[in-house]
Design a binder for this molecule. Structure first.
Ligand code: C5P
Ligand code: C5P
Ligand code: ZN
Length: 468
């Protein structure tokens, strides 16, 4: 059986076999939306296959975290959404007889190899846009369980969307085939529509007002303008005295809204590529209650980031495992706090301004922005006043007394021109006594405090070389 990503079928079969060979497995995963959904897929499929397991989360799989993994005493460790980038360290543990690693990841592999390694990049599949960590874990789940894993495709889509793998508002490559499997078994609906964040939970006027994806004059950032625009359309904006959401509209109303918004954008001189970005594919989790965050893949991803990046991965995992009630209440509380932190963080960056080098721009938030969300803030700040869209951005935040975390973000256009942030951050960090990695378009590193300037210089130079 080939599964949804034929290129990976052999590796997936071998990894599944290694898992079946043990009766207890430790799952180790990353603390973001993709890592949590990976763990959710791994945990449910191991349970279905009758394999005992425990789940361990880590912010960054460095040498000391790998010591902790080894100390658990599990003979088989399944790493999801990380592991490839730390392969050299993992292989050292394997050679020492500490554990047998099985890896389902999509990060740039370090220079080493091991037998049970499932990563799209090893088979020519794009790991930054076509398959996420959760997608790789799903491929493994399909090898382990066959068709009985197909309902887990919904979580794989949340992981991919949460990892920002969409291009022009929709998934591509292997991710599409995974989404199709979800549609086939009824856990997922896909539909062309407005590509704005908050379709399930934001009242219509706020959906439009807050839409920072595309700037539509007189609507974006303008509550009165957004309300006037909605009033002018043949769309019922209220029902029973309450604002309706995108999810509440019928098909006709959705079409009316999208075409009016496009017309407005065109008339106001919004560039064609940005107008196109108003429309995309919506990934809806069919089994979730309408009007809740979990119904929309993108909002689901934000809920997960709101848990794990605040040391509450347990809450996010519970949600991925289908627990509602208390787990969901706790997640929603964390979500409110997360949204406040993001908005404060972005405002701070805009007020302080970024420092421009020749090829990159950067800010240092010190203790003002949590290191676990500094990358999300950096990404959101791009395009705001004073923050250039076409220049890679670096954001620093203190990690502990000795180290600084740095997150880097860029655009797909820059990647097409030769940029690879993963290599740049790894090399620059290693040169100043730290380490890093990630993807071409989004990467991170840890560097010793006090080395920030030297690090920026190296990054600037290397980025300049790549883009020349
Ligand atoms: O470790 P992992 O692969 O799960 O994390 C990828 C990170 O890169 C996510 O935080 C995601 O939001 C970010 N990303 C981004 N812009 C892109 C692609 C990914 O900010 N275009
Ligand atoms: O933490 P942040 O969201 O900036 O991470 C962006 C990407 O870089 C993620 O895929 C993450 O796994 C990777 N990363 C890494 N090594 C680090 C920090 C981040 O590979 N030290
Ligand atoms: Zn990932």
């Amino acid at each position: 059986m080939n599964g949804p990503v034929p290129e990976l079928a052999d590796r997936a079969d071998r990894c599944a076999e290694a898992l079946r060979d043990d009766d207890a497995v430790l799952v180790a995963s990353h603390i973001d939306a993709d890592g949590l959904t990976s763990a959710g897929i791994a945990s449910q499929s191991l349970a279905r296959a009758g394999i005992d397991h425990e789940v361990f989360f880590s912010k960054q799989l460095d040498a000391s975290e790998l010591e902790r993994v080894a100390a658990t005493g599990y003979e088989t460790v399944l790493f999801t959404d990380f592991g490839s980038g730390q392969l050299d360290h993992i292989v050292a543990h394997e050679e020492a007889g500490d554990f047998v690693p099985v890896i389902a990841d999509h990060h740039q592999p370090a220079d080493a190899d091991t037998e049970y390694h499932l990563n799209p990049l090893l088979e020519g599949v794009d790991g930054s846009s076509d398959l996420s960590g959760a997608g790789a874990t799903y491929v493994l789940a399909r090898a382990l369980l066959g068709d009985d894993a197909k309902d887990l495709a919904a979580l794989a889509v949340v992981g991919a969307v949460g990892d920002r793998q969409t291009t022009d508002g929709e998934l591509t490559g292997a991710n599409v085939r995974i989404a199709e499997e979800g549609v086939e078994v009824g856990v997922l609906d896909t539909e062309k529509g407005l590509a704005l964040y908050g379709k399930q939970t934001r009242p219509l006027h706020k959906l439009l007002e807050y839409a920072s994806e595309v700037y539509v004059p007189g609507i974006t950032g303008d509550q009165q303008g957004a309300m006037r625009f909605l009033d002018s359309l043949d769309v019922e904006t209220h029902r029973d005295g309450e604002w309706r959401t995108w999810a509440d509209l019928d098909d006709e109303e959705r079409r009316t809204l999208v075409s009016a918004l496009i017309q407005r954008a065109v008339r106001n001189g919004v560039p064609a590529d940005q107008v196109d970005a108003l429309v995309g594919t919506t990934y809806t989790l069919a089994d979730e209650v309408a009007g809740t965050e979990l119904r929309d893949a993108s909002e689901f991803g934000t809920v997960l980031n709101a848990t794990a990046r605040y040391e509450r991965a347990d809450v996010g995992l519970a949600v991925c495992l289908g627990e509602r009630g208390e787990a969901l209440d706790a997640a929603q509380e964390l979500l409110r706090e997360h949204k406040r932190n993001l908005s404060r963080g972005v405002s701070w960056v805009v007020e302080e301004g970024v420092t421009r080098e020749q090829h990159v721009q950067w800010f240092h938030a010190g203790d003002r922005i949590r290191e676990t969300i500094v990358g999300i803030v950096a990404g959101m700040a791009v395009g705001e006043e004073g923050v250039d869209r076409d220049t890679p951005i670096l954001g620093f935040g203190y990690k502990d007394d000795e180290n600084v975390k740095v997150s880097a973000r860029a655009t797909h256009d820059l990647v097409e021109r030769g940029l690879d942030l993963s290599t740049v951050l790894r090399e620059a960090a290693q040169a100043v006594g730290g380490d890093g990695g990630g993807h071409t378009v989004a990467a991170g590193a840890t560097v010793p405090r006090g080395k920030e300037e030297e690090f920026v210089e190296r990054v600037d130079e290397h980025v300049g070389e790549q883009l020349s």
